[in-house]
Design a protein around this ligand. Sequence first.
Ligand SMILES: C[S@@+](CC[C@H](N)C(=O)[O-])C[C@H]1O[C@@H](n2cnc3c(N)ncnc32)[C@H](O)[C@@H]1O
Length: 252
Amino acid sequence: MDSSKVSSGRASSAARTAVVWEALTAELARLAEEFVEPLNIVDAGGGTGGAAVPLARLGHRVTVVDSSPDSLAALERRAAEAGVRVNAVQGDAEGLRELLPEASAHLVLVHNVVEHVDDPLTALRDVVSITQPRGAVSVLATNAVAAVLHRALAGHLADALALLQSNEGRWGPSDPMPRRYTAEQLTALVREAGLEVHELRGVRILGDLLPGRVFEDPQTPDTLLAVEKAASAHAELSRIATQLHVMARRPA
Ligand SMILES: C[S@@+](CC[C@H](N)C(=O)[O-])C[C@H]1O[C@@H](n2cnc3c(N)ncnc32)[C@H](O)[C@@H]1O
């Protein structure tokens, strides 16, 4: 594979991790002041534990609920390799309230999941029911606006047009993503579920738009990371990010 593409993929992934972790770290500090550590954290649709294992390494009690037994098996291997315990529960995000006690979690992650579940509002309402009052919910989702830009820049103008005309943020039956959200749609969904939106950030704003040759410069990944962090909270630029990150809170 073209080495500039590999670097661009790594830089994009580093930017995503850095921006989301910055927001999570600030929220964990608030929660630690408000509640007693270790915190109870649930990762709904947490997959193979990319977020759950680092959170468990910080000393928190982490539960992953996921519908895929294969992902949960990989999560258990990853946790064992890291020397931490993560509670793995097979189940549906739309049925969280039947799987976990009410108001038991200080923080719930819903990352890259509301695009995939059949009923995102029911899933988020269940998330709210297992979250403590004043607890936090971190929602990460794919941005429909960025998909328009990316398809157009790749020369797929018909897909860009279809995306603009779709309420689900899809370009048609060949689109592998079941659903995407604009910032307005995502914040409306989060509010309708009963949460207060504390912060909206854009994740991967410029990295995915850069031509591969930019990554031939060894300085690019570091500079890009600084640019992505600075741009993430920018009101206009965040609207074209590949992903949208909402930090929300359950009202007291
Ligand atoms: C794109 S992956 C995201 C994984 C992880 N949250 C992350 O950000 O890397 C989507 C995950 O959601 C899980 N999933 C999809 N539908 C689900 C549902 N209805 N209930 C629970 N998990 C679900 C999948 O098995 C998968 O692990």
